[in-house]
Design a protein around this ligand. Structure first.
Ligand code: UDP
Ligand code: MG
Length: 272
């Protein structure tokens, strides 16, 4: 069984060597010999790509997809899923918040339960601001409330998917993907693995507030029609309110409208 590890990477010069070391150690320690570490360099402007090239030069299991600019985390994971060769793939962040040591556990659950997806559920999130934890909690619960699908709570993209799921995913051509949602949505057999999310190994988060908002809105608008229904209802309510106001003005307030609103209203005042 060939294993692909998909690692989206943006300006991670401080962590990338350590990620590579930990990932290859975990895989070697567990006697997985047939694997590829697929790093997607998402338009980094630091030394990430130089370090990756140096690592790939000495380890044939390391492969690189090098983006022409920063397209975002979800685009990087999508490219990884499209290009990976494995019978199974594991999506993992480069910053070691998702501990590589959980991977063998995921593979074990995959084997024992014969499931198609093993998703990581965060029992704890170390080293993250109260703001991030709170907004994440509110967002995932709101998404579940608004959408018809029940997404597992407190999960990110850290998950194992088998070839069936990869092929279904590849057939979806949405431009902006909310990957964790799409993978839940496709169904088949999905099992959880619980883990503690660590603090970032080094450096700062690469998810700015605006990137986070964009990501959240893609999730909401793709998986719930309630925002659309709300916009339609507001539209109709405004139309009805406008119509009633116009009626009221015509029937009861003709003269004062002329006084206050000027020449435009004179026409229908005289008409009346
Ligand atoms: N990342 C990426 N492109 C981006 C932003 C982030 O490939 O535009 C990568 C980043 O290098 C990391 C993963 O996506 O491996 C998650 O990002 P980060 O750790 O900064 O997000 P956080 O964990 O703070 O939500
Ligand atoms: Mg992180």
């Amino acid at each position: 069984m060939k294993i692909s590890v998909i690692i989206p990477t943006y300006n991670e010069e401080l962590v990338i060597t350590e990620s590579y070391n930990r990932l290859s150690k975990v895989l070697a320690d567990n006697k997985y010999s047939d694997y590829e570490l697929l790093f997607i360099n998402d338009g980094s402007v630091d030394r990430t790509i130089d370090i990756l090239k140096e690592i790939a030069g000495r380890d044939k299991c390391v492969k690189i997809l090098d983006f022409s600019r920063n397209f975002g985390h979800q685009a990087a994971v999508t490219a990884g899923l499209n290009q990976c060769q494995g019978d199974i793939a594991i999506i993992i962040d480069a910053d070691l918040q998702d501990p590589p040591e959980v991977i063998p556990q995921m593979i074990e659950v995959f084997r024992q339960n014969q499931c198609n997806v093993v998703y990581g559920v965060r029992k704890a999130r170390k080293g993250e601001s109260i703001f991030k934890k709170l907004t994440a909690k509110i967002f995932y619960r709101t998404l579940n409330y608004l959408s018809e699908i029940n997404f597992p709570l407190d999960t990110g993209d850290f998950r194992l998917v088998d070839r069936k799921i990869i092929d279904v995913f590849k057939s979806m051509h949405e431009k902006n993907k909310y990957i964790r949602g799409l993978i839940s949505w496709v169904g088949f057999k999905q099992c959880p693995v619980y883990y503690e999310r660590d603090a970032r190994f080094a450096g700062e988060t690469k998810y700015s507030f605006s990137k986070m908002l964009r990501f959240a809105s893609i999730g909401l608008f793709y998986f719930s029609i309630k925002p659309l229904k709300l916009a339609t209802s507001i539209g109709f309510l405004s139309l009805a309110a406008g119509f009633l106001l116009a009626l009221w003005l015509i029937l009861f307030r003709g003269s004062s409208v002329v006084n206050h609103w000027g020449s435009r209203t004179v026409y229908w005042k005289s008409f009346r």
